[in-house]
Design a protein around this ligand. Sequence first.
Ligand code: A2H
Length: 274
Amino acid sequence: EGVGVQEYTGIKLQVLLDDLRAQPEGERDTVKGAPVGQKLTSAEVSSQIGNRKVYLVAATLRPETMYGQTNCYVGVDIPYGVYAVNDTEAWVCTERAARNMAFQGLFEEKGVIKKLATLKGWDLVGVPLSAPLSPFQKVYTLPMEGVSPTKGTGVVTSVPSDSPDDYITLMDLLKKAQYYNVEKKWIEPFLPPRPIIRTKEFGDLSAVRAVEQLKIQSQKDTKQLADAKEMVYKAGFYHGVMTVGEFAGKPVQEAKPLVRAELIKNGQAFAYCE
Ligand code: A2H
């Protein structure tokens, strides 16, 4: 980072509000005793959102990995806002990110922020989403300890096949579901990760292999995770070849801008810098 500008891709994961609303509160899963999505679907927030579609927006440096999305991560204690983009869309991210977005002209009126609601990460855990290019129709929002409130949007989309952090967090959550206040059914159907990229260093499932090689046990092993992340990132970038999707057979370096452009063209992503 430092002086350089980070060119992220903002990925739009649509909140399946109808799914949430179709399930009466009494029959909903709970997080810390509160029904999932309770705040998002409350009368007060609903009236603010109106008819807008709501998206969690995740910042990624690896748009070509979106074929491997299995879930989305938020920090449970991080404050998030629901921001109006225009009359038809609202985005969930940190206030810091919303300010950057406003100045980058991503909202209807340049420089102007219209906040519809305030949430905590906890309010989003268990919320169902539709993630572009994911093989799954519905994925879930889960808690991650290492999410930084001052990087990207504060929302991280999860690709356990190619991100050691994403993979170990998923294993952690599954092992200690009760402790983390998550349902196993938000995790189990999405495992094991499906291969999307092959590298000569790590084979088909780079993140899984690196986590095993470095004997990483949990998301608390931050030093080894940083090493694994660097190794996997380099292997993927320089030697990765896509094994799925429209650009299967192409090197990652070629596929990356193509997938990004495709997502942006389809209105499923946007350029975001910081
Ligand atoms: B990447 P950099 Cl498959 N807190 O996306 C913690 N991590 C965050 C974050 C935040 N607030 N915002 C974004 N990130 C993650 C995919 C991916 C990513 C893969 C492999 C490696 C990888 C799927 N998760 O990143 O510090 C996001 O995860 C390794 C560099 O700005 C984002 O890209 O360099 C990356 O960290 C941005 O990290």
